[in-house]
Design a protein around this ligand. Structure first.
Ligand SMILES: [Zn+2]
Ligand SMILES: [Zn+2]
Length: 422
């Protein structure tokens, strides 16, 4: 009898906080160890795992919901850590930033983060890696630069963990290359498992036309964007079309621009990103920041949900001018200022009506129902599907669809659940 088990430590019936343990004979290969944030913006950790039981930790990409808890495993010892070079570099930036904002609520500090990263082993796509009881390889998954799915081989089982993936081409990434992989079990993200995104090209064109319209009439467009990937992608959309007006880039988006350019081989089109960097202006001082919103142009700034950072500064300066626009290109979580502006048209404690034009554009870096089904159909030898990283209502709809179209077993585990593979 096989003794392989999947332990869902996080991302069970929830979006984010990814943490999946694959266990054999008491040894564990840990896939991601991320956090979510509560209403006060304090981190919530996944289920516990003893560092001494680990044969390895793999970080699939640099989003905090996949890496935020990882340094905790390195407080008392140094397990083997595996990730692509881009993931490691961007993770450093994000983890150190999280310590700045949330230090008192974290069971580790910047020294732990450096210890973790210093000893990490860099891995790239297609390389076979042995980690104790396990063997694994990273598979290109189209989510953000450096991101990967993980194919784990252990005791005759082949388990594919997609992590966050995208199946369409974006300005930064090629579509996922999962089709053709052989796996009996697929642990798949289900963030948008019940709906479909419009074609990417349409979203890009719609965004560009809207930006041009506002700027041509003398307005300034604020694009609050996630620092990791989305900010750079928006810059590429403007650069590709030789946008003629000034574009300012502010916040952590700038540093990640540099990291991505250092690892051009992880980009679909490094020349385009380089062009964007040369065409547009990086905000380097308060003087720049005050200049940026005074003339027609575009400002791409962190943070994506307007919870803080330079995007919040610009919003306060810009939202009372009807010539301006706030174009949201990132997911807006419930309770964030971004979501409130979109849904209620108001900002701040006084609920001041926003006079600038407000619009949302669908630029997800997660695949949709169509993409998930196509991916699963492309896996050879598939026997069971485990849905993670999704809301339960979405997961139930997706499960029905998978059973109907593919006819394999579908599980929707909760956090703390253990799945025995037979
Ligand atoms: Zn995620
Ligand atoms: Zn992600």
């Amino acid at each position: 009898m096989s003794s392989v088990r999947i332990k869902v430590l996080g991302s069970g019936r929830e979006v984010g906080r990814a943490a999946i343990g694959i266990e054999r004979k008491g040894r564990i290969l840990l896939l991601d160890y991320g956090v979510n944030f509560d209403e006060e913006d304090h981190p919530i950790f996944p289920g516990h795992v003893r560092p001494r039981d680990l044969d390895g930790v793999i970080l699939t990409h640099s989003h905090l919901d996949h890496i935020g808890a990882a340094p905790y495993l390195f407080v008392s010892m140094i397990p083997n850590l595996y990730a692509t070079p881009v993931t490691l570099d961007v993770s450093r930036l994000l983890l150190l930033d999280m310590i700045k904002l949330n230090g008192p609520y974290l069971p580790y500090d910047d020294v732990t983060v450096e210890d973790m990263l210093k000893n990490a082993k860099t891995v790239t796509y297609g390389e076979t890696v042995e980690a104790g009881e396990f063997e694994f390889e990273l598979v290109y998954n189209g989510h953000i630069p450096g991101s990967a799915s993980v194919l784990v081989s252990v005791d005759g089982h082949r388990i594919l963990y997609t992590s966050d993936m995208n199946t369409v081409e974006t300005k930064l990434m090629e579509p996922a290359r999962i089709e053709g992989v052989k796996a009996d079990t697929v642990i798949v993200e289900s963030t948008y498992g019940a709906s479909n995104h419009p074609p990417r090209r349409e979203a890009e064109e719609e965004f560009y036309q809207a930006v041009e319209e506002v700027v041509r009439k003398g307005g300034t467009v604020l694009v609050p964007a996630f620092s990791v990937s989305r900010g750079q992608e928006m810059a590429c959309i403007l650069a590709e079309r030789d946008f003629e007006y000034p574009v300012w880039i502010d916040g952590m988006i700038r540093q990640i621009f540099e990291i991505y350019l250092e690892h051009g081989e992880y980009l679909r089109d490094p020349i385009l990103l380089d062009k964007a960097k040369k065409m547009f202006r990086m905000v380097k001082s308060w003087q720049d920041r005050r200049r940026a919103f005074k003339k027609p142009g575009v400002i791409i700034a962190s943070a994506g949900m307007l919870k803080g950072g330079p995007s919040l500064f610009y919003l306060k300066k810009m939202h009372q001018n009807p010539a301006n626009a706030i174009f949201m290109v990132s997911y807006q979580a419930p309770g964030t200022p971004g979501r409130r502006i979109l849904e209620e048209g108001v900002f701040g404690e006084e609920s001041v009506p926003v006079k600038a034009r407000v619009q949302w554009f669908d630029f997800s870096s997660h695949t949709d129902q169509r993409g998930i089904l196509r991916t699963l159909k492309g896996v050879r030898g598939l026997e069971r599907v485990v849905l993670v990283h999704g809301d339960p209502q979405v997961q139930e709809k997706l499960r029905d669809k998978i059973i109907e179209e593919i006819g394999v077993e579908v599980l929707i585990p909760d956090n703390g659940d253990v799945i025995e593979l037979d």
